[in-house]
Write a protein that binds this ligand. Structure first.
Ligand code: PEP
Ligand code: MN
Length: 343
């Protein structure tokens, strides 16, 4: 249920609606807009709930949202959400922001060199994992705390905001001291305790689609974060598991325009994990731009052959540069543009 307040509704009237909605056993989230406030509600609302709320002072109308996901739905908010990652806006426009960097922070030299290279090529956000989810317990699991220190220094040196993964609710506060955007990895998309924990912060969250998650499950996971009051959520298509084995995952290009239709949240495409092959990354990145992605997430490494993780899908500096040079023409063909760094 979405409660749309009248244009001149007072703060007291808004608070009264929130209290009444809570009495009905639902969670109420005020969504201040440019012209008026709406109040999103979380929980199962019935027609008689809607009727009783519609009668309250200051209420213009109540819409029963038909989709299973609510707060992320365009039914609740028709206009695009713009999320600010550090100083960089993602979504809410026709431009494409590029986030790039290594899969994992391996050393200061590797991270600083990559930060410089991706910034010089036009990336506006640096990615890199300090805490890495790993299918095998015998593989590299990240530098942890030391990785965060390296990222903090890379941010100082490059001026780029940081997106980095958080694996556990207890780490959220510490990771958020360095991260401008907290990544929830595919394997944690339905870690509800973690979704609640990042929802309690105001730090932007990059929520990656689970390995076998439907679009609806992704949007319901986003609603967990939004329901806690953090409205800065970015959704990321990173490929799903299918029977095809030539690629690591099958990048679901449908997801990009479909998500843009169903939700107001910005949509990020990750062709690195979506394909698992460095030579497929650029074509799929360009396809995602044409399909409407608000941002790209690209893995880049100084020497992919020597990477501790995901080297086979990482671009060299040179290949990343070529991709960046190819984006403007494809973006322009569909009325879009590459978001350029603010110097
Ligand atoms: C990553 O971004 O390096 C990563 C581990 O991604 P995913 O969770 O999509 O596998
Ligand atoms: Mn990776």
């Amino acid at each position: 249920m979405l409660v749309v307040m009248k244009k001149g509704a007072t703060q007291r009237e808004i608070e009264h609606v929130v209290e009444r909605v809570q009495e009905l056993g639902l969670t109420a989230i005020p969504l201040p807009g440019e012209e008026r406030t709406a109040i999103g509600t979380f929980g199962v609302a019935a027609q008689d709930h809607a009727d009783s709320v519609e009668a309250l002072p200051g209420v213009e109308r109540v819409v029963l949202v038909s989709r299973p996901f609510k707060l992320s739905s365009r039914e609740v908010q028709p206009h695009d959400t713009a999320v600010r990652v550090g100083g960089v806006r993602v979504g809410g426009g026709q431009d494409v922001a590029v986030m790039a960097g290594p899969c994992s922070v391996e050393s200061p030299e590797q991270t600083f060199a990559t930060a410089r290279a991706v910034r010089d090529a036009g990336a506006v956000i640096l990615r890199g994992g300090a805490y890495k989810p790993s299918t095998s317990p015998y593989h590299f699991r990240g530098l942890g705390e030391r990785g965060l220190e390296i990222l903090a220094e890379a941010k100082r040196q490059s001026g780029l905001p940081i997106v980095t993964e958080v694996l556990a609710p207890g780490d959220v506060e510490r990771v958020a001291t360095v991260a401008d955007c907290l990544q929830i990895g595919a394997r944690n998309m339905q870690n509800f305790a973690l979704l609640d924990a990042v929802g309690e912060t105001q730090t932007p969250v990059l929520l990656k689609r689970g390995l076998a998650a439907t679009i609806e499950e992704l949007l319901l996971a986003a609603d967990y974060i939004l329901a806690r009051g953090n409205r800065n959520v970015l959704l990321c298509e990173r490929g799903i598991r299918t029977f095809e084995r030539y690629t690591r995952n099958t990048f679901d290009i449908n997801a990009i325009p479909l998500l843009k239709r169903l939700t107001h949240l910005p949509v990020v495409a990750d062709p690195s994990h979506g394909t698992g092959k460095w030579y497929l990354v650029a074509p799929i990145a360009l396809a995602a731009v044409a399909a409407g992605a608000d941002a790209l997430l690209i893995e880049v490494h100084p020497s992919p052959d020597h990477a501790l993780k995901d080297g086979f899908q990482s671009l060299t500096f040179e290949n990343f540069g070529s991709l960046m040079r190819a984006i403007p023409a494809v973006a322009a063909a569909v009325g879009r543009s590459l978001r350029v760094p603010v110097s």
